[in-house]
Write a protein that binds this ligand. Structure first.
Ligand code: ATP
Ligand code: MG
Length: 295
């Protein structure tokens, strides 16, 4: 099954339809393709009785397309014996208890576990939003756990994208303006904005919704704007905390189809948390967390 998902060709985009953009930035609206892909996913991942119920970790190298093999040489993220404790009411709460993990470039890695097991705490550390009490984290070979606040902020801004369960879009800004804002914040030259915003919104299948504000979009569409916003500045790593938790299975599948597509086309690596067993099926690797440890 995973071979089929990985080898899925990027479909040709249909003709441009958005009149509101100049010709140079007009791009095809692939929304029907995204939805078609999501439908295929639902058929294949959820309904197909041949689909294994457990995660297959034993793909043979010759089953992988070349680009996956070449991408997978050095880890983009390495976590070594990470602990995190919080001081609460004069007591120490030991939340992460010796985490080891490795994420390779081009992978879609998922963290699963019960509520309170420590998934968000770990994800925050992978993105440099928080630091471990003990242990080491390396991002693209660089130590993350010893970086100053200022350097972690710069690294996050330039190299990491975040997606949250509740989308985190600015409500008064259109989809276009929300995505453009992330380019402004990442100091991308303004001459590149128009093309990049149009490209990212088309990539997530929202070519026809570019000028809608969040309340004029469905939950799945809002999450796809959030994805466009998170990848606009070309991050190496995308971290997503329960990105499908507020969505029904159809919309969740659309988001996962977009994730697979951007791994291939934008050279991004994704690490996400989820509770959804159907979504776990499309991961390259799943880490299960129980009470602050992987099992
Ligand atoms: N800043 C903090 N101060 C004190 N305790 C915290 C802090 N952040 C997290 N915790 C505690 O750490 C534990 C793990 O929280 P975390 O948010 O990582 O869980 P989770 O696995 O993401 O859960 P969920 O699936 O509900 O999102 C919880 O018991 C939480 O109360
Ligand atoms: Mg959480």
């Amino acid at each position: 099954m995973r071979r089929w998902l990985r080898k899925r060709p990027v479909d040709e985009a249909p003709e441009a339809e958005n009149d509101s953009l100049p010709a140079s930035t007009q791009a095809a609206d692939p929304e029907p393709e995204v939805i078609k892909q999501a439908d295929k996913w639902i058929d294949t991942v959820i309904l197909d009785s041949d689909v294994p119920t457990s995660i297959d970790q034993s793909i043979e190298p010759d089953m992988l397309p070349d680009n996956i093999i070449h991408k997978s040489l050095e880890p983009i993220l390495e976590v070594r014996d990470v602990h995190r404790s919080f001081q609460v009411g004069g007591q120490s709460l030991h939340v992460l208890k010796g985490i080891h993990m490795e994420v390779l470039p081009g992978q879609l890695v998922m963290l699963k576990g019960r509520s309170g097991s420590g998934k968000t705490t770990l994800l925050n550390m992978l993105g440099g939003l928080d630091q471990p009490s003990e242990g080491e984290i390396y991002f693209r070979g660089q130590t993350l756990h010893t970086l100053s606040d200022k350097r972690r902020t710069v690294l996050r801004r330039d190299q990491i994208g975040f997606i949250f369960q509740a989308y985190a879009l600015l409500p008064l800004l259109s989809a276009w303006e929300n995505v453009e804002l992330s380019l402004r914040m990442a100091s991308v030259p303004s001459r590149e904005w128009k093309e990049r915003v149009a490209h990212c919104l088309n990539l997530v299948g929202l070519g026809k919704r570019m000028h809608h504000r969040p309340f004029e979009l469905s939950g799945g569409e809002q999450q796809r704007v959030a994805i466009a916003k998170a990848i606009a500045h070309r991050p190496h790593l995308l971290l997503a905390d329960e990105p499908t938790a507020n969505l029904d299975s159809q919309m969740g599948a659309q988001v996962m189809a977009v994730f697979r597509n951007i791994i291939e086309t934008e050279n991004v690596t994704i690490c996400m948390t989820t509770h959804d067993p159907t979504i776990l099926e499309v991961a390259d690797h799943v880490y299960e967390m129980v009470d602050g440890q992987f099992v």
